[in-house]
Design a protein around this ligand. Structure first.
Ligand SMILES: [Cu+2]
Length: 338
């Protein structure tokens, strides 16, 4: 697709970005779930229920039964490209944008909320995010740790665990002490490094990973954690860390680095090896999954991440480049965090 058509389509999706100039005049303000009105929470939840219950639309991933499966399935296919690599922060920012598109399809046009986890660090279980009416439901119960209440009960996900695919409940098991490391002092050290690779790694290994582990179950599975709608709240928090890091110096809006993929023959790997014993149970992508997985070197022409790197949603929204998403107020994107 020609670049200008792509920009027009993107502008139509985002509403506030002007394609003709690439300007972003009135950025969407993304607020923590704590601070949005109940009416917005209800509208968001209704759209999320719609995504979880709508049939698959793209038809590219044969094992995806719902629209949500197509989204979670995309994260599964790309798992070895977007974790412990230079594409972690860029792709998850683009992934938030894909989610925004799915919410739009289901009638939600307000700003994307995120979860300011610093406010709940050390006591996740008491967070308003787990409210059964105005939140995502609570900690799991029973042998599968299925979330027992809230808006997403009885809405199964057909992706995961790991590289497997079977119908399952959204599950989580909150451990408060692990959530301590999502606190303000930990976030401050995560965004302290001066270069992209070190900051990306500190964010990944710090509040990002600990947030996942504090929620565990589906949320602790790096391949298919995106099955739980709560994932998007957590990754808004992660994206805000990158946004805050980038704000320090304009040169950071063009700074990228690292590799664009892990080795699929090895299976999933985390930066420091802390989860390797766990990841062995997540398995490896099978031949059908590999055949569907976008080429990680597309745009880069080699194993290293560049600004030309191609970001794919397998057709849900147009492909973008890393250059497009570097600046949240660059025109392709148009938002800030409050
Ligand atoms: Cu991920």
């Amino acid at each position: 697709m020609a670049k200008w058509i792509q920009l027009l389509v993107s502008a139509a999706i985002l509403g506030t970005a002007t394609a003709a100039t690439g300007n972003c005049t009135s950025p969407e303000v993304r607020k923590s779930w704590h601070d949005i009105p109940n009416s917005q929470k209800t509208a968001y939840i209704k759209a999320q229920q719609c995504i979880l219950s709508s049939p698959a639309k793209e038809g590219k991933i044969p094992w995806a039964k719902t629209r949500w499966d197509e989204f979670a399935g995309l994260h599964q296919l790309l798992a070895l490209q977007i974790h412990s690599t230079g594409n972690f922060l860029p792709y998850h920012r683009y992934f938030l944008n894909i989610h925004k598109h799915l919410l739009n399809e289901c009638g939600y046009n307000d700003s994307l909320p995120y979860w300011d986890e610093t406010r709940d660090a050390g006591s996740f279980s008491k967070s308003p995010l787990f409210d059964k009416t105005y939140g995502f439901g609570g900690s799991g119960t029973g042998s599968q740790n299925c979330v027992p209440d809230g808006p997403y009960v009885n809405l199964p996900v057909n992706i995961g665990p790991g590289f497997k695919n079977q119908p399952r409940c959204i599950n989580r098991k909150i451990t408060d002490f692990l959530s301590t490391q999502c606190g303000a002092s930990y976030v401050k050290s995560a965004v302290a490094p001066n270069n992209y690779n070190d900051a990306a790694k500190a964010i990944y290994m710090g509040p990002h990973l600990l947030g996942h582990e504090a929620l565990a179950m589906m949320n602790g599975d790096s391949i298919t954690s995106a099955g739980d709608p709560l994932f998007m709240m957590h990754h808004g928090f992660v994206d805000k860390m990158w946004f805050d890091w980038q704000k320090v110096n304009k040169s950071r809006l063009t700074e990228i680095g690292g590799l664009n993929a892990q080795d699929p023959a090895r299976g999933f790997w985390e930066f420091s090896g802390t989860q390797e014993s766990q990841s062995s149970m997540w398995g490896k992508p099978n031949a059908a999954q590999l055949a569907l997985t976008p080429d990680p070197q597309l745009g880069d022409g080699g194993p290293n991440m560049t600004l030309n790197h191609s970001l794919s949603s397998l057709g849900i929204i147009p492909n973008a480049t890393v250059a497009d998403i570097m600046d949240t107020q660059g025109g392709y994107l148009c938002y800030v965090y409050a």
